[in-house]
Design a protein. Structure first.
Length: 293
């Protein structure tokens, strides 16, 4: 009897031996996942043929990635993002019917429990940056307005930082915050976002550097839009003129998410909005899908 028939581990039968040990797994989905992961991982190892030292460096990289995680920073999400896996998982899980707004990655800086603000509120709490007003409608795929949709919005400040990255510097829940009216419209005030680097002082940043890749995300606003009877939409809108719009470090840009950032010089309108001078204006609609569509 040869070693393969006995189930001894060899280079040739490595996948079969490892997955064979999982045959009594009670969770069939876990069993399926581990079979695929094991097969693909072993295929990669056999193709790459890493040295012992290279494999140890890979293990230490993952160790450092885990050690970098804390209550507000998730280095493994960053790793998933820069490898394009987050966007792939998002695409698979958010296939939309024709006409529905596309989704994109959540990102690592969403905060639960941000207070709901009144329509038209200014989500910028520290008065820093170029004034901006954002408005639009929340619609269904038939073009009808959706009332009482809750819009959870957040963005980086004009220096490229989120509030959780500058605790004690920015106010809590700065640049976060509205609910649509009966006509499905929403509007709020903010500041023009700026491109920024994903946190690159950890192992993921070092990996990007080794690959000669920049860590920047183009300027954007995050949205999570919820309404009764509709699928939740997690998405962004992007500045199409941003220098990194074609090379987002986490592959989150989609053409349908490019918004028009209009620079407005209108002293009367600025005064109505509580702005001191020129301001930016965005008009962007979102279309939600029903689960059965």
């Amino acid at each position: 009897m040869d070693t393969h028939e006995k189930g001894f581990f060899t280079e040739e039968n490595s996948v079969e031996v490892v997955t064979g040990r999982n045959k009594n797994a009670k969770d069939e989905r876990l069993k399926q996942i581990m079979e695929v992961v094991t097969r693909k991982l072993h295929e990669a190892v056999k193709e790459i043929e890493p040295t012992q030292d290279e494999w140890m460096q890979a293990i230490l990289f993952l160790t450092r990635t885990g050690q970098m995680c804390n209550e507000w920073r998730q280095e493994f999400i960053l790793l998933s993002d820069v490898l394009g896996v987050s966007m792939l998982v998002d695409a698979i899980n958010n296939r939309k019917p024709s006409g529905a707004s596309e989704s994109t990655v959540l990102g690592p800086f969403h905060v639960e429990g941000a207070p709901e603000l009144e329509m038209g509120a200014n989500i910028c709490l520290d008065a820093k940056g170029e004034d901006m007003v954002i408005a639009g409608r929340i619609l269904d795929t038939g073009g009808q307005p959706i009332k009482d949709a809750v819009i959870d919005v957040w963005q980086a400040n004009d220096e490229g930082f989120y509030d959780v990255q500058q605790q004690g510097i920015q106010p809590d829940f700065n640049l976060r915050g509205v609910r649509t009216g009966a006509d499905g419209r929403y509007w709020f005030r903010a500041v023009k976002p700026k491109y920024y680097p994903i946190p690159d002082d950890g192992p993921v940043g070092k990996l990007l550097g080794a690959l000669s890749r920049h860590p920047y995300r183009p300027a954007h606003l995050h949205y999570i839009i919820k309404a009764h009877g509709f699928e939740t939409l997690t998405t962004h809108i992007f500045d199409p003129d941003d220098p990194y719009i074609q090379s987002d470090a986490v592959f989150g840009v989609k053409e349908s998410l490019l918004a028009q950032f209009q620079h407005v010089e209108d002293s009367v309108r600025a005064n109505e909005l509580g702005f001191s001078g020129k301001f930016w204006q965005i008009e962007h609609d979102f279309v939600l899908a029903r689960p059965e569509e």
